[in-house]
Ligand binder design. Structure first.
Ligand code: SF4
Length: 341
């Protein structure tokens, strides 16, 4: 098992903000209404260590997919920086980003987003090699694809090579999408809810496969998920996002045993437990996630927080380390420190 060096950051995200302009109606355009923005991500910082699975968790609309897209250079940030292996992505032009993309690949939730329905699986998987390894001849490319098909469990590989996506099951398609992402031997893989569309019966198998590939191919994952049960299965560290802001980041075991943010506590309480008699400590907060065009003042979680005080409505909580390698943004997080800390 690879030992993760906490000082060896493959990715560093600093004060990242991403806003999207809201489409204005005709009247606003004619009369010069104020441009409004969706605050998808606001001032987020974290690191991804080489060789780890860093999970981003939170409800839909929390900004985790936007962060993933910015980290792999698919979307530019509004402000802030992303550094990959020491290279600031903002310093790269489109050619530089294109060549770096070989080292940063994506597994999407829907495998059809990365597999061309009119191409055989073999051709779709080999396409990345055509782009990034143009020196490879057709025979070497086919051999690399066949080897990758076998690695992801699509055997006999020659049989699956010629199949089209519609001739395979959902689980097989996601295996092919994983093969397509890994064929260029990336260092970082953004896995955006990679098992969410898979049949329940194959989800654990896909996660086991991703773990095995990570070990064998020395990969680092940025793993995006809406549920902490999945994060528990695969992640080393987890960042909990709420409405575009990072609520808490900690090692997985630390987060499960000592969650310091009320939102993390609520998410953890919502994870199904095998024992029906075991009581949950705190219910999921009521209410919808607020509108990201006009997020709440102070702590964005305050309208749903069971312990919010007056300071929470006016002051944004500072993001700080309250335990070793455990960061949280909550005015009252000290209340949840274990006794003795
Ligand atoms: Fe709740 Fe206040 Fe902490 Fe936000 S800062 S999570 S509102 S207690």
């Amino acid at each position: 098992m690879r030992v993760i060096d906490p000082t060896d950051n493959l990715v560093e995200v600093r004060d990242l903000t991403k806003w999207f302009p809201v489409q204005q109606g005709l009247l606003a355009q004619v009369f010069g209404g104020k441009q409004r923005f969706v605050h998808a991500v606001d001032g987020v910082s974290f690191e991804i260590r080489r060789g780890e699975v860093f999970g981003l968790a939170g409800e839909s609309g929390s900004g985790k997919t936007t962060i993933g897209r910015v980290v792999v250079g698919l979307t530019p940030p509004t402000s802030g920086t992303v550094t990959f292996d020491g290279i600031d992505l903002s310093t790269l032009g489109s050619a530089g980003l294109r060549s770096l993309r070989k080292s940063m690949q994506v597994i999407f939730q829907d495998p059809m987003a990365s597999l061309n329905p009119r191409m055989s699986l073999g051709r779709s998987i080999g396409y990345g090699l055509e782009i990034h390894n143009p020196e490879m001849d057709a025979e070497a490319r086919r051999a690399a694809v066949v080897e990758m098909l076998e690695r992801v469990g699509l055997a006999p590989a020659n049989y699956f090579y010629n199949k089209f996506p519609h001739q395979t099951s959902g689980g097989q398609r996601q295996r092919a999408a994983i093969a397509r992402a890994l064929i260029t031997r990336p260092e970082l893989v953004l896995a955006d809810e990679p098992i969410a569309m898979a049949d329940v019966s194959v989800r654990a198998l896909l996660l086991d496969l991703m773990n095995e590939l990570k070990r064998d191919l020395s990969l680092t994952y940025l793993f995006i998920t809406h549920d902490l049960a999945t994060a528990k299965y695969i992640c080393d560290r987890v960042g909990v996002m709420y409405l575009g802001m990072m609520a808490e980041v900690a090692d997985l075991r630390e987060l499960y045993t000592h969650p310091l943010h009320p939102y993390s506590q609520a998410l953890l309480a919502a994870v199904p437990v095998p024992d029906p008699h075991q009581r949950r400590t705190q219910p999921m907060p009521e209410g919808e996630i607020p509108n990201p065009i006009n997020p709440p003042s102070g702590c964005r979680f305050h309208p749903r927080c069971p312990i919010a005080g007056s300071i929470c409505r006016t002051e944004v909580p500072t993001y700080r380390a309250l335990r070793p390698d455990h960061w949280v943004a909550c005015h009252y997080a000290e209340r949840y420190l274990p006794s003795g800390d």
